[in-house]
Design a protein around this ligand. Structure first.
Ligand code: PHE
Length: 339
């Protein structure tokens, strides 16, 4: 222990920081929770009682040495700053780099804001879910392929527990708790057992929406989604609805928006169709309303769901979905915004 103390003392005496960061690292390395001095203090507990006094003194000496070193080095940095003129208060300040929001957050915030203008509130729910909220309450038959391990991540010990594959599970939770009228959007992270590629990932993000009230019709849905598309992609955007299938909606549709890159004439991005698929939607199946305790004779509603990655790809022409997850600053820096 004596040797360790001597060695540490030597290191401290020799230490000289070139940058403030090095000085901070030095502080953490010596005094931090896992620091060298902290470790020796731990050993001190086992020192024989008659030696405690001597070692105690030695340790305190080292500690003071570190504190002095930190102080003197810090002062020398301050002095350098003054000499080189950085402390001249009349100079314009260096703009701090404040980072930027992730494109997924930007797109999500924009989507939520658009729906907020139509009176939709935001609801949240757990990522680890049970079968009921992800599948059964949403009218998935017992043998539906989405319930397969190939598509869904299950917890091994208990097949009732899984990672949600869509945020429709939040909508079920809202319907169980709240009486209509309901107008919510549910953003969140979802998980599907997919091979990772430029177009697919096993983790991605969705915003799903639900509107339930008396006399809600397909036309209400269409108008709501048209408003959304125009706000998100520009006022000249057109939409088209193609028939589709989801267990929880009937009728169901897939919505395309006119390609904003080529204005509908056809280009690489829209694969020369002039249209881009952006979301799934439909009139909530009465079975789904009933499963959550809502009277389907009295109420109707529509629902929709979209992948945020995909929308952001279309909005900013991002070609590879993996870029979202790599956290490469050169990519992230391109998304400056205050939202
Ligand atoms: N839950 C669907 C999905 O994850 C999207 C959707 C939501 C479709 C609501 C229709 C209505 O793909």
């Amino acid at each position: 222990m004596r040797e360790k103390i001597e060695q540490l003392k030597k290191n401290i005496e020799q230490f000289k920081a070139d940058t403030l960061q090095q000085l901070e690292e030095f502080r953490v390395r010596t005094l931090g929770k896992k620091g060298e001095l902290t470790a020796i203090f731990e050993e001190f507990k086992n020192v024989a009682p008659e030696q405690k006094k001597e070692f105690g003194r030695l340790l305190n000496e080292v500690k003071n040495l570190i504190l002095e070193k930190l102080k003197s080095q810090k002062e020398s940095f301050d002095a350098v700053e003054t000499v080189s003129g950085i402390a001249d208060k009349t100079l314009p300040a260096n703009a701090d780099s404040i980072g930027s929001r992730h494109p997924i957050s930007l797109a999500k915030n924009e989507i939520l804001e658009i729906f907020a203008r139509l009176g939709f509130t935001v609801a949240d729910g757990p990522e680890i879910e049970d079968d009921w909220h992800v599948f059964s309450a949403l009218n998935f038959p017992p043998d539906h392929p989405a319930r397969d391990m190939q598509d869904t991540f299950f917890i091994e010990q208990n097949p009732d527990i899984l990672l949600r594959t869509h945020t429709s599970s939040i909508q079920v939770r809202v319907m169980e708790k709240q009486k209509p009228p309901i107008r919510v959007v549910c953003p969140g992270r979802v998980f599907r057992n997919e091979a990772i590629s430029a177009r697919a990932h096993c983790i991605f993000h969705q915003v799903e929406g639900l509107y339930i009230d008396k006399n809600v019709s397909f036309a209400d849905m269409k108008q709501t989604l048209l408003y959304f598309a125009r706000e998100m992609f520009g006022e000249n955007t057109k939409i088209r609805l193609r028939p589709s299938f989801f267990p929880f909606t009937e009728p169901s549709a897939e919505m395309d928006v006119s390609c904003k890159i080529c204005g509908g004439k056809g280009c690489n991005i829209c694969k020369h169709t002039g249209w881009l698929e952006v979301l799934g939607c439909g009139i909530v199946d009465p079975n789904v309303l009933e499963a959550s305790g809502i009277n389907s004779k009295e109420y109707t509603g529509f629902a929709f769901g979209m992948g945020i990655e995909r929308l952001a790809m279309l909005k900013w022409q991002i070609k590879d979905l993996r870029l979202y997850f790599e956290n490469d600053v050169r990519f992230l820096e391109q998304f400056q915004s205050v939202i």
